[in-house]
Every structure is written in structure tokens, then in C-alpha cells.
Write a protein that binds this ligand. Structure first.
Ligand code: PLP
Length: 381
């Protein structure tokens, strides 16, 4: 019983396996590198995947959506591509290390960083707004906490950032494919320039090794790496146009083709269908555990504005020990510890052990939820 979908979703929709397998066996030439029909075909299929993801995110200029290896690379590209020594940036105390660590590295090079506290894991828009200054160069915030499932108000943040002309970086790792994430709507809010970073392998249901970054018009990023793009090869300078500027080197074409199939499947199935199902699974876990002696639950209660993670602790148990028992004795796969988000655990008061995190996905069932709750009740007993 796989309840670790916040780390990576499993299984994937059937068309993902079929598309990746067929492309890998018959069409996986290097896209954009040669002019033979196979390479052109690969280029077309990659472009199609980009258009599908652009449609899901309501991105009007698909070329501004660049492929990355994962969510971490998308976030690094946004942060390191924009921020310079002496700049001021604002972030939250709920961020994943994929945001925290690049920001810390940039701080060592002279970045001035304000981290807005989130006492008890709760984000307060007022403290966030207080931290923003006229010279702030970037606001970086997660959309959904990967520890508590709390949803942060990115639309309001975009409105304020737009007013002040500050770009907004959204870490959509736990929301893309699940919650409304609309690039045009965020940009429309007083002309906010946004960066949307996401893995392809979580809620978007694509293969591991995939991710994407959307870059609003008017934002110029310094590439993380320079190299071959298959375009303007006579020049030894990096091309200026997107996506090539930010996509040097051979792409993970097999993964991207799988991701394209996943996004098409999502568009057909309907994001709201997935969210409704996952909401019910989260509610089942929460309600089942709330009545269990010794259990402490973290984060907001189930509701429409929530991600698909349920973090908890059981009195007398280290999270790692409990997760091991759940895996070995009950065949439940979940994640214990800090979930790469030490700041969030500092806010919740759950350092050093962290929590046990159950993260249901679309392919989990009510019966599995009941079995997980029974297992935890049995251990508690
Ligand atoms: N941000 C959040 C909130 C996450 O939960 C994760 C992954 O767990 C990431 C960023 C990093 O994504 P990836 O593992 O694809 O690099």
C-alpha cells in the first residue's frame, strides 16, 4: 500500500508507461539535434508535451516553459538565475530544502534574506507582507507545505508582488496537477511576473527525472549551464531565445514523453476529479487517526484548500521506527522524518525526529485507507 505520493507518485496512469516505452523503443533520437525524420519526430513529440503542460497551467507562451530534471533543478534555476549578491529576497519558514539550501548558498554570496516565520506551521499573510520591501528582488514561496498540506495564498501574494513589481517564485511541487495553478491568472493579478517551478513526477504523474519551470515574459534568467542546444550552433555564446537558453544538453526525452502522456491523461480525467478523490482519502486518514489514542495530527483539517499529505506522530514512537513497522509488518509505504523541510519542523516543534507522513494518491483506495488506519491503531494499542 503505497502512501508516499508526496515523494513521487506511484503507480502512473497506464498511458505514461505505454508512451514512454513506445518512444524509447522506436523514436528516441536526439530531439532538435539532427534533421533526419526520426530526430524531427522526437522534436515534435517533445513540443507536443510542452504544449500539453502549457494548456494545463494556462501558459500562453509554451516556449517560456522549460524542461528540468526535477523540481529542485527548476527552483535552483529560478533562484540562481535571478538573484545576485546584495539583492533582498523574502521566503517562508515552510520551504523545502530545494528552496532553503540554494537561498542559504546565495546568502553566503551576499544575498539578504528574510524568512517569514510560520508559528505552529501556519502562514500569516500580514507577516509576509511586512517582510517585503521596495527593493525586494524576489519572493519565493511554496504553494502547499509538503509537511502539513497547508495551502499558501499565492494569488494574494501575486497581487501584492505585482503591485510592487516584485517577481514571485512559486514552488508548486505539491500542487501541480492537484490544485488550481493558472499562470495567466497569477500574472493577470496586477501584472505579476511569476516563476512556477514543479517536478513532473509528483502530482503531474510523469516519470522521475522530469520537471519544469515557467518563466513570465519580462524575466531574464542566467542559465545554470551553457552548452549545445541544436540551435545557432555557429555561435559560441548561449542563444537568447527560450526554451533553448535554459535547456542546454540532451533532454530526458523518454521522461518528457511520459510526462506529456501523463498531462494529457490529467487533462482528460480532470484535475478536479483527482483532487476530489484525494480529498476523500485525506479525510478518511485524518478522521481515522484523529480518534486514535496517542496520535497527534499536524496541519489544517481536511477541506477543499489542502494538499494530499497527512503528518502525524504516535506517542512513544520515533517516526522512523513506526514507519519501519508499518512497512515490514503491514506493507504500508510511507515517509518518516523531516521530509527535507527542517524549517517547517522547527515551526511545528517536531524537531529532531519529524513526523510520519502519509501521502495518498489518485490510485489509492478507501479500503487501503481503512487498512492503514487499522494498522496504526493496532500499533497504538
Ligand atoms: N519542493 C517541495 C515542496 C517538495 O515536496 C519537493 C519534493 O519532495 C521538492 C521541492 C523537490 O522536488 P524534486 O524531488 O523533484 O527535486
Amino acid at each position: 500500500m503505497y502512501f508516499d505520493n508526496a515523494a513521487t507518485t506511484f503507480p502512473k496512469p497506464e498511458p505514461v508507461y505505454a508512451a514512454a516505452d513506445a518512444f524509447f523503443r522506436t523514436g528516441a533520437a536526439n530531439p532538435g539535434r539532427s534533421s533526419h525524420r526520426m530526430a524531427v519526430g522526437a522534436d515534435v513529440i517533445i513540443a507536443r508535451a510542452r504544449h500539453s503542460l502549457a494548456r494545463l497551467l494556462n501558459v500562453h507562451r509554451p516556449e517560456r516553459l522549460v524542461w528540468t530534471a526535477n523540481g529542485t533543478e527548476a527552483l535552483n534555476l529560478a533562484l540562481k538565475g535571478l538573484l545576485r549578491p546584495g539583492d533582498h529576497a523574502v521566503t517562508t519558514a515552510l520551504e523545502h530544502n530545494a528552496v532553503a539550501r540554494p537561498l542559504r548558498a546565495l546568502e553566503r554570496q551576499g544575498l539578504r534574506l528574510d524568512r517569514v516565520p510560520c508559528p505552529d506551521g501556519v502562514f500569516h499573510l500580514s507577516s509576509f507582507l511586512e517582510a517585503i520591501r521596495p527593493e525586494t528582488r524576489l519572493v519565493a514561496m511554496t504553494h502547499v507545505s509538503n509537511v502539513t498540506g497547508a495551502v499558501l495564498p499565492i494569488q494574494e501574494a501575486a497581487a501584492r508582488c505585482g503591485e510592487w513589481g516584485i517577481p514571485l517564485l512559486v514552488d508548486a511541487a505539491q500542487s501541480a496537477g492537484l490544485l488550481p495553478l493558472d499562470a495567466a491568472e497569477l500574472e493577470g493579478t496586477r501584472s505579476c511576473r511569476v516563476l512556477l517551478a514543479m517536478p513532473g513526477h509528483k502530482g503531474l504523474l510523469g516519470p522521475p527525472g522530469t520537471g519544469a519551470l515557467y518563466v513570465s515574459e519580462g524575466l531574464e534568467l542566467v542559465p545554470l549551464r551553457e552548452g549545445g542546444t541544436g540551435s545557432l550552433s555557429e555561435r559560441d555564446e548561449q542563444p537568447e531565445t527560450l526554451p533553448d537558453r535554459l535547456e542546454s544538453g540532451t533532454l530526458n526525452s523518454v521522461g518528457i514523453v511520459g510526462l506529456g502522456a501523463a498531462v494529457e491523461w490529467l487533462l482528460q480525467t480532470g484535475r478536479e476529479t483527482l483532487h476530489r478523490k484525494e480529498r476523500a482519502l485525506v479525510a478518511g486518514l485524518w478522521e481515522g487517526l484523529a480518534g486514535c489514542p496517542g496520535v497527534t495530527l499536524y496541519g489544517p483539517p481536511p477541506g477543499p484548500e489542502r494538499g494530499s499529505v497527512v503528518s502525524f506522530n504516535l506517542e512513544g514512537w520515533e517516526p522512523t521506527d513506526l514507519a519501519q513497522v508499518l512497512d515490514e509488518s503491514f506493507d504500508v509505504q510511507c515517509r518518516p522524518g523531516l521530509h527535507c523541510a527542517p524549517w517547517a519542523h522547527q515551526s511545528l516543534g517536531t524537531l529532531p525526529g519529524g513526523t510520519v507522513r502519509l501521502s495518498p494518491g489518485f490510485f489509492n483506495t478507501e479500503a487501503e485507507v481503512e487498512a492503514v488506519v487499522r494498522a496504526i491503531r493496532k500499533v497504538a494499542g
